[in-house]
Design a protein around this ligand. Structure first.
Ligand SMILES: Cc1ncc(COP(=O)(O)O)c(C=O)c1O
Length: 388
């Protein structure tokens, strides 16, 4: 296939509209089941703490291998609650990448702790364990903050290097809170996200691989240690009777309606995950010669919340494929340490790898309802754009 004109024609006839994420196609598939589930909530009327919440928590634990699952109002709430439960706050250093969504750093700062940004690996785009070790040492040498926790992010769905991270955390006595907001369905060494770190926060924002029809998230944990505390914090810090305040908390509960939607979506999640993998395999095969698709640590499978790659002339490719009807996204063109809200925490000398990756990263359409023709067309378009 040569040239923009041919590709545009193809978009009209063979390929149709290409969505970056297609929630409508998914809804057509599950609509009847979702309606039944939502009607059930209308009938029982327990809009908060309905039976759907418990059912969802049980199914999330069973699906991921987590010992405990606590449904929350959002992925951000699922990050803040475990930090508060551990008493992490002012004077504490929490290590995290700057190549992530702002919620990772917001959660750390809202807990009262100080984010210490760590550079990433140039191929996996996830936190670099060697740089983490350097930054821990620096913080210890400076002596003003106490290293308490690390928040690795499974960017685009690809699990961080937990084998290396857990060793460092064990030695340095750091709490590991995985930001798995993008990685539900990912795995490492045949264990699912949710069972890769002591505690994992995930997001069910509508565009995520498992998405609600509104905001929602969950805490997944390898043990039950903090479960009661999390349940209390998400309900204004109350005791089990939900009457007395026994600690400071906030409203971080998931609605029954969102749990109802998620239960219906969980039933098709594995099929959808397999479809995401099929799309990624074609992208990898077709585009590896002109771009560098995200690499995964040995033994890891991405949940493919997103498909990302590094490509030369990124902005030119974005604009050219857009004209051909291919939507793309740049996550993230500005790393957190260069954003106004977080620049006070920018490390001296910046984060060289993070900054390089921000300049050439690109995400392609990724969802289970892309047809083989659409995937081919997207590859043709990216190839044509990168040649020009
Ligand atoms: C890496 C990362 N962390 C945290 C969040 C926060 O999740 P939520 O939007 O559900 O609060 C998101 C997504 O939005 C995310 O992508």
């Amino acid at each position: 296939m040569n040239g923009v004109a041919n590709l545009s024609l193809a978009a009209d006839s063979r390929v149709g509209n290409i969505a970056f994420v297609d929630l409508k196609a998914q809804q057509r598939r599950i609509r009847d089941g979702v309606e039944k589930r939502l009607m059930a909530v209308l009938d029982h009327g327990r809009y908060i703490a309905g039976p759907e919440i418990t059912e969802l928590e049980e199914k999330l634990a069973a699906r991921t291998g987590a010992k405990a699952a606590v449904a929350c109002a959002s992925g951000t709430a699922a990050l803040i609650i475990p930090l508060l439960a551990r008493g992490i706050g002012p004077g504490d250093a929490v290590f995290a990448p700057a190549f992530t969504y702002n919620a990772t750093a917001n959660a750390i700062l809202l807990s009262g702790a100080t984010p210490v940004f760590v550079d990433i690996d140039p191929t996996t785009f996830n936190i670099d364990p060697a740089d983490l070790e350097r930054r821990i040492e620096q913080v210890r040498e400076q002596g003003t903050l106490t290293p308490r926790a690390v928040v690795p992010v499974d960017l685009f769905g690809s699990p961080a290097d937990y084998r290396a991270l857990m060793k460092i955390a064990g030695r340095e006595e750091l709490f590991v809170l995985a930001d798995g907001a993008q990685s539900f369905g990912g795995s490492l060494d045949n264990r699912w996200v949710g069972d890769l770190a002591p505690v994992t926060a995930t997001s069910f924002f509508p565009g995520k691989a498992l998405g609600a029809y509104g905001d929602a998230g969950a805490i997944l944990s390898q043990n039950e240690d903090d479960r009661e505390c999390w349940e209390s914090i998400r309900w204004h810090g109350t005791d089990e009777a939900r009457k007395n305040s026994i600690r400071v908390g906030f409203n971080a509960r998931m609605d029954s309606f969102q749990a109802a939607v998620l239960l219906e979506k969980m039933a098709i999640f594995d099929e959808e995950l397999a479809a995401r993998h099929r799309v990624a395999e074609v992208y990898n095969e077709r585009l590896s010669s002109i771009a560098k698709p995200q690499a995964h640590v040995d033994g890891a499978l991405s949940g493919y919340g997103y498909y990302a790659m590094r490509i030369e002339n990124r902005d030119h490719v974005v604009n050219t494929v857009k004209e051909m009807g291919v939507p793309t996204a740049v996550y993230y063109s500005t790393p957190l340490h260069q954003m106004q809200a977080f620049e006070a925490y920018a490390p001296e000398g910046g984060l060289p790898v993070t900054e390089q990756v921000s300049a050439d990263i690109l995400s392609l359409p990724m969802h289970p309802y892309l047809t083989p023709d659409q995937v081919d067309y997207i590859c043709d378009a990216v190839e044509a754009a990168s040649r020009k």
